[in-house]
Write a protein that binds this ligand. Structure first.
Ligand code: CP
Length: 314
């Protein structure tokens, strides 16, 4: 299927060969940028006429700035504002109405982060321009799953049969919900370790094994992906006891003794320092958390260029 004009609202919309295509372009971009070179864009003048609108109804550091960085590297214009505090949402305008107004300004691509919901999803599907889901509630975060897999593939070029363990608040994690189908598409075995209140309850997770203790899970896996405790999505305490959580689920030097010395540590960020992840983990040679952030720029450059018809010389 042609890329130009398409949206990416869910990771399920991508075939394995399309994911490979994104990674192949992302690799080209990463190589050139890290060599200090300008990305090899063929139709640079066309790229300079394209405008991307950022539409973020939830906070973000990595995703929003990464999309901005990707646009700047491609020579595409990007605009956006803090919709949480500065927009007419504060006056009572609905999310759907806000999206439709921003779309009416005629951007060539919308990058949208929202709390999700069927009305928002339908609105995004009806827009005349392509849309990239930059995180929708607990539902999905497809570009995060792509950058996670790119990081995994840089670590092991063959990921089929690898074992990946999610730790923490799986139930409220859009990252885990997008990662699960993508990892399975590439043959990665998935399991999780979470307290009862954070165990996934969507049918897609029903056949996924779980571990009662972190030690057991870490001994089983090759790759561990920590997840932030998403207190903003908990309705009520839901059985979450912060001290107990730290004792049983935190990734730190002590718990990570159970992960293979050849293992890999990932976390999509942001992390709650000292709760889901101890800062010392960033110093662990198995940790690629910063590399995930770096790869986010290149995956997003690849995706934007494909959807906008920006041609790249390989
Ligand atoms: N991983 C991620 O989506 O981070 P932000 O919320 O900072 O964008």
């Amino acid at each position: 299927m042609s890329w130009v004009g398409r949206s990416l609202l869910s990771i399920d919309e991508l075939s394995r060969s399309e994911v490979d295509q994104i990674f192949s372009l992302a690799k080209v971009f990463k190589f050139h940028v890290q060599q200090g070179q300008v990305p090899p864009i063929v139709n640079r003048e066309f790229a300079a006429t394209r405008v991307v609108s950022e539409v973020f109804f939830e906070t973000s550091t990595r995703t929003r700035l990464s999309f901005q960085m990707a646009c700047h590297r491609l020579g595409v214009k990007v605009h956006g504002m803090d919709l949480l505090s500065g927009s007419s949402v504060k006056k009572g305008e609905s999310i759907v109405e806000t999206i439709e107004n921003i779309a009416a300004m005629g951007a060539d691509l919308l990058v949208v982060r929202s709390g999700g919901g069927t009305d928002v999803d339908q609105c995004l599907r009806d827009l005349p321009m392509p849309v990239i889901n930059a995180g929708a509630g607990s539902i999905g975060h497809p570009t995060q799953a792509l950058l996670d897999l790119m990081t995994l593939l840089e670590w092991r070029s063959q990921v089929e049969g690898l074992k990946l363990l999610f730790v923490g608040d799986v139930r409220h994690s859009r990252v885990a919900n997008s990662n699960l189908p993508l990892l399975r598409l590439f043959g990665v075995q998935v399991a999780y370790c979470a307290p009862e209140a954070f165990a996934p309850n969507e049918p897609t997770w029903s056949s996924i094994p779980s571990f009662a203790t972190l030690d057991e899970g870490l001994k089983w896996c090759d790759v561990v992906m920590g997840l932030r405790v998403q207190e903003e999505r908990h309705q009520g305490a839901g059985g979450y006891d912060r001290e107990k959580y730290i004792e049983h689920y935190r990734l730190d030097a002590k718990s990570l003794n159970h992960l293979s010395p050849q293992g890999l540590i990932l976390h999509p960020g942001p992390f709650l320092a000292g709760v889901d992840l101890a800062r010392e983990v960033l110093e662990d040679p198995r940790c690629r958390i910063r590399e995930q952030v770096t790869n986010g720029v290149y995956v997003r450059m690849a995706l934007i260029s494909l959807l906008l018809g920006i041609e790249v010389k390989k």
